[in-house]
Design a binder for this molecule. Sequence first.
Ligand code: ADP
Ligand code: MG
Length: 271
Amino acid sequence: MSLLDIRSLNKTYAGRGRTVEALRDITFSLDAGELVCLVGPSGCGKTTLLKCVSGLLDPTGGEVRLKGRPISGPPPGMAVVFQEYGRSLFAWMTVRQNVALPLRRKKLGKARQTELVERALDVVGLGDTHDAYPWQLSGGMQQRVAIARAVAYEPEVLLMDEPFAAVDAQTRADLEDLVRRLWRDLGVTVLFVTHDIDEAVYLGQRTIVLSSSPTVVREDLRIDLPDARDQLHTRSAPRFAELRARVYEQIQRAKRERHPDPGAEAVTTRP
Ligand code: ADP
Ligand code: MG
């Protein structure tokens, strides 16, 4: 049995006089301990999908199951890291307080809580900034705080929604490697959403390619690169280029099929 099952998921937003079908029919699953990337053009429904998976949004049809149990509302074993770290951290709380916040829900003893917070800040390389405030830190450091907060919570499933879209390229590369390291060391199951094709190939064991809106799964591609990855060698490997081209092609084709104007939606690749 898989850990996370997404079955025939549909989400249609109904507003005043306007309905938007964001997700048409999404089915895939994750085994325990997998690192899977979801890639698709901007506006295709990635955030909608993650919100449904995390129980923050009710789907219109279909269901999400965690260990066989249907999800209704945020389940205790999941943590989410959002794109907008600036808005997900509280400016009036120190780094330590921000990371400790979700642990309140777990009702742990003080000593255990401190231990989890300190360890999480250590793993993300922020061991000496416990008493700083988020606004005193760079963008990359703030995103590390958001990751530490998720890690401290010891989730079974970690969902990440374009977490590095707003940081510079060098920081982004470092954070990508941090995610790979955390995944390996903690044995957590990761679903990582991105619109960056290179990132999707570099990070994952599988890359699920989504179509333009309303979204369906176009391809579920096994990333058969060696497990030991690094920015220099992995990205210059011929197989990396092949996989990247394959994903790129799928997304371009999806856009042509659904949008008469091929420039209608943006997907980024790195030069
Ligand atoms: P992505 O994360 O891939 O950029 P989103 O999931 O944010 O895409 O959005 C998918 C589609 O759903 C878009 O057309 C967007 O305008 C629409 N949408 C997202 N949130 C809402 C909402 N709360 N109400 C109505 N439409 C929405
Ligand atoms: Mg989004």
